[in-house]
Design a protein around this ligand. Structure first.
Ligand SMILES: NC(=O)c1ccc[n+]([C@@H]2O[C@H](COP(=O)([O-])OP(=O)(O)OC[C@H]3O[C@@H](n4cnc5c(N)ncnc54)[C@H](O)[C@@H]3O)[C@@H](O)[C@H]2O)c1
Length: 465
């Protein structure tokens, strides 16, 4: 018969899905707090009030450019946008208006910005993936500091060339690995580094993309052809590879990967489906990927469609875009090539073994992580963290939320945390303040490129940085 204090996995799983505040049955003779403790982090003690805001030029005023723009609106003492380069007139005008940018500082394309003398502290490179290398190299040459969107560049050679140029320069370069700035991942890092759980043995990390997000970005959207952007392991998961490297404190030594495009293909198109959801598709009402449902009815992710903000004008404009852009096309009839399920195994230094899965077919969009140590275990679901300590037989739970003044910044507070960190590093001219330096980020990119080679060749790859 089982001791009543014995850990019952079945019970645990049953109870773990209950709402926050529930008491967990644990393998201990002490009781954990029923209510999870709040995760709180103050700003870095080295942060200072700025004498004047850091001035920045946004290259690419699309989705991410506007995320960083929103920080400048929320925290004008930290960052001021003084220039924009964006070929889509609607986006260029909107950005210029929001930030009151002088017409002489509004440019069509990133190249134009570097044709005039330097007029800001920093550039924010939020152009598409294949347009990072050019602006990064020119910005370094001209002495701009850089907030550089990930992935750094679509080839390892370009990533390494940017790194080499950065090392010879005085530019401060932050790579937008926003997860490092969330309270949730900061807490995981603090627990991993705390030492009470002993030696780290293994990490088991799962990124659920969520099926509609997958369809939006990697079947219909900007990243649906890997050769024109980046393989999905970099485009989506260089964040996760970076987090794995960061949490483990160990270099990746070998990586092997499998990944397949299995579902979003013509052979799975339902009978009665048409090329576009708007072409009278017979199964549109029951399809989970109906563009009419996602964009026109639920109004999800419509920022990509450049439609008016006025809701009375939005409906017809959305329908028109569904007839003319990839966002209205059937997910089974695209020219996409990104795998929709992908698994990797990594051997890190110090015998830390990692499995990582990237999964389109989830109903949730989050990262779930289990980290096993010689003396305990961490289990995190992107919100709630449960720590079991084997020797003290205690279990502690933490609930992470966004930093209060960030007000739904995106990525659980990571988006704004990153910009604040970058602004401080630039204003104090101190790159040691940065959390996601280009040196650190290169490792996750090498891991991603090697994973993709492994997926294509079937070989286990050595990772050398
Ligand atoms: N850090 C993150 O979590 C995160 C999340 C999503 C995307 N990204 C990355 O951010 C970058 C931008 O992604 P996005 O979702 O904002 O895409 P987006 O398409 O919304 O924005 C890119 C913008 O760049 C503009 N552009 C194209 N050519 C240009 C040129 N020559 N000069 C200036 N601008 C040009 C486009 O018109 C567009 O408005 C990508 O590299 C992407 O992978 C990062």
């Amino acid at each position: 018969m089982k001791d009543k204090n014995t850990f019952s996995r079945r019970n645990w799983l049953k109870t773990a899905s209950l709402a926050v505040g529930a008491t967990l049955p644990i393998a201990t003779n002490k009781t954990s707090d029923a209510k999870p403790q709040a995760v709180r982090f103050e700003d870095d003690a080295r942060y200072q009030p700025l004498q004047k805001p850091v001035t920045a030029i946004v290259l690419g005023a699309g989705n991410r450019g506007n995320v960083y723009g929103r920080y400048a609106v929320a925290f004008p003492a930290d960052v001021k946008m003084v220039g924009v380069a964006e070929p889509v007139a609607f986006r260029n005008d909107r950005f210029a208006k929001t930030h009151q940018i002088e017409p002489k500082n509004c440019f069509k394309t990133w190249e134009d910005v570097f044709m005039v003398p330097k007029f800001a502290d920093a550039v924010i490179i939020s152009t598409p993936d294949f347009l990072h290398y050019g602006p990064a190299m020119r910005a370094i040459e001209m002495g701009y500091h850089i907030l550089l969107e990930k992935p750094i560049a679509p080839s390892l050679q370009e990533c390494l060339a940017i790194l080499a140029a950065a090392k010879k320069s005085n530019s401060i370069i932050a790579v937008c690995h926003v997860l490092r700035y969330t309270n949730y991942f900061r807490k995981l890092k603090e627990i991993c580094d705390g030492g009470t759980l002993g030696k780290m043995m293994s990490i088991n990390h799962l990124e659920g993309i969520e099926h509609v997000h997958m369809a939006h970005s990697y079947v219909r959207g900007n990243w649906h052809v890997s050769g024109q952007t980046n393989p999905i392991i970099l485009a989506k998961s260089c964040h996760d590879l970076d987090i794995i490297r960061w949490l483990s404190n160990q270099k990746c030594q070998t990586i092997s990967a499998m990944g397949k495009l299995t579902w979003f293909k013509a052979e799975n198109a339902p009978v009665g489906s048409t090329n576009r959801c708007t072409d009278g598709c017979k199964v549109e009402r029951e399809c989970a990927f109906s563009a009419i449902k996602i964009y026109a009815e639920q109004k999800k992710r419509i920022h990509v469609l450049d439609v008016p903000e006025d809701p009375t004008l939005q409906g017809p404009a959305i329908m028109e875009k569904l007839k003319t852009t990839n966002y209205g096309r059937c997910v089974y009839k695209m020219d996409n090539d990104q795998p929709d399920h992908y698994t990797t195994q990594m051997e890190m230094a110090g015998d830390v073994l990692v499995t990582f899965g990237l999964e389109a077919f989830t109903g949730w969009e989050a990262r779930k992580t289990r980290i096993m140590f010689a003396n305990g275990e961490i289990e995190g679901d992107n919100d709630l963290i449960t720590v079991t300590n084997f020797s003290t037989k205690t279990q502690t739970r933490w609930k992470a939320s966004e930093q209060a003044d960030f007000n739904n910044s995106g990525h659980g507070g990571g988006d704004f945390g990153l910009v604040r960190n970058f602004a401080q590093a630039v204003a104090q001219n101190d790159r040691s303040l940065l959390t996601s330096t280009i040196d650190a980020s290169i490792e996750s990119h090498v891991m991603g490129f090697m994973a993709e080679q492994s997926r294509k060749t079937g070989k286990r790859m050595t990772v050398e940085v």
